[in-house]
Design a protein around this ligand. Structure first.
Ligand code: GDP
Ligand code: MN
Length: 383
């Protein structure tokens, strides 16, 4: 789960990382007040979960509160597109933060180096908006410090790495403490990434995190109930957010066939068969083992939240999951949600005969094999 910048900086600040003063808002009037309170010299930053906001026109510096408010008005509701994210994301909130005078920009990140099986701290004196280019053309400009899982991180190692990265000596002491704070935040929150770019050195010699990016390991979220609130705000897709809330394994894809199945393997197979039949799945959805009719109904509802879905394929192989329960759920969903699009259903295994009987009353297209189901659902698009 990625956190927004405003959430990331709050988290890091609570670990002692210096961040600029600032506040988040979703309306221009409020933005004016915030900018005035900050003295008018501010940065307005789009809060979208994508990299390269600066280059996409989502970050701008201002000398007056009014201009900052005007820009906020322009930005909210706008879709930002960057090379990292060609489809783009719509801006809902902006962060108004105090403008920092920047003399130098560093890059600092903490993440897992899977090949080395160790956490790694990455440090570069060439931070800023072109770090991707630096990484590609001049990788030696990024110094890597691996953390020994047994001994942890020592001050002298951090100091060495900072020197090796040829970072301005004025920043050294503050950076050692900043990196220790970052690493502590990374460990204690089960992060997969903590990144500061740029980490600013001001003309008067202060080190400040001018941008912050934090991602948390989804599989560790149960250990951090405090992020529950954050997670709905920071979901990249509203349907995936709803699925996460309901505990449904759902991944949005870009096709037009909604897919529901039980068992990740069977769902993957179904996606492949849809592709082979000449269309594309709109999602991955695993109803899980032993799903009851109510659950199946929720899943149908979730898949139909995606407006691109033109037909639905339900593929159940009954084991622990009983076919008749699934069938009941599907029939209920069609009635209660007044579903009009074609639905192809294939049920095999436990209680399949009862399932077929329940389904035969409803307006559905039955299929006996996955291949047949995929062909029929793609065919139904042409009707
Ligand atoms: P990103 O492009 O999504 O990584 O967004 P950033 O928050 O990193 O902002 C992009 C660029 O705007 C940074 O690399 C800085 O050069 C500049 N910037 C951001 N905040 C400030 C600030 O407070 N003062 C100055 N002078 N520049 C800033
Ligand atoms: Mn940045």
């Amino acid at each position: 789960m990625k956190l927004h910048e405003y959430q990331s900086r709050d988290l890091l600040s609570s670990f002692g990382v210096p961040v600029p003063k600032g506040e988040v808002t979703d309306n221009p009037t409020n933005a004016l007040e915030i900018a005035q309170d900050l003295g008018g010299r501010v940065v307005v930053k789009a809060q979208v979960l994508m990299g390269g906001r600066g280059k996409a026109g989502g970050v701008k510096l201002f000398n007056s509160a009014q201009e900052a408010a005007d820009f906020t008005k322009e930005l909210i509701g706008k879709r930002l597109v960057s090379p990292q994210n060609p489809t783009g994301m719509v801006v809902e909130k902006v962060l108004i933060s105090e403008l920092i005078d920047i003399e130098k920009e560093f890059y600092i990140a903490v993440l897992l180096d899977r090949a080395e099986q160790k956490d790694v701290i990455m440090i570069s004196a060439r931070g800023g908006m072109d770090i991707e280019e630096v990484a590609e053309k001049d990788p030696h400009a990024i110094v890597k410090l691996h953390v020994d899982p047994k001994w942890g991180l020592s001050d002298y190692e951090i100091r060495d790495a900072i020197k090796q990265a040829k970072i301005d000596a004025r920043a050294e002491k503050q950076l050692v403490s900043l990196i220790k704070s970052l690493y502590k935040a990374y460990k204690e929150n089960d992060c997969t990434l903590v990144e500061i770019n740029p980490c600013a050195l001001t003309p008067d010699g202060r080190v400040i995190a001018a941008d912050a990016k934090v991602a948390i390991d989804d599989n560790a979220l149960f250990r951090h109930p405090n992020f529950a609130e954050v997670s709905s705000e920071s979901a990249e897709d509203p349907i995936e957010a709803e699925a996460a809330k309901q505990g449904i394994a759902y991944v949005k894809l870009d096709g037009e066939i909604g897919v529901i199945g039980n068992g990740a393997g069977l769902v993957m197979l179904t996606l492949d068969e849809v592709a082979r039949a000449g269309s594309k799945a709109a999602n991955f959805l695993d109803v899980g083992g032993g799903a009851q009719s109510e659950r199946v109904k929720e899943c149908v509802q979730l898949v139909l939240m995606n407006e691109k879905v033109k037909a639905l394929l339900i593929n159940i192989f009954g084991g622990i999951t009983r076919g008749d329960e699934v069938a009941k759920g599907v029939v209920q969903a069609i009635q209660e949600l007044n579903v009009k699009i074609p639905i192809v259903v294939r049920v095999e295994g436990t209680n399949a005969d009862q399932a077929k009987q329940i389904l035969s009353g409803a307006n559905l297209i039955p299929a006996d094999s996955v291949q047949e189901a995929a062909e029929k659902v793609v065919e139904s698009l042409k009707l």
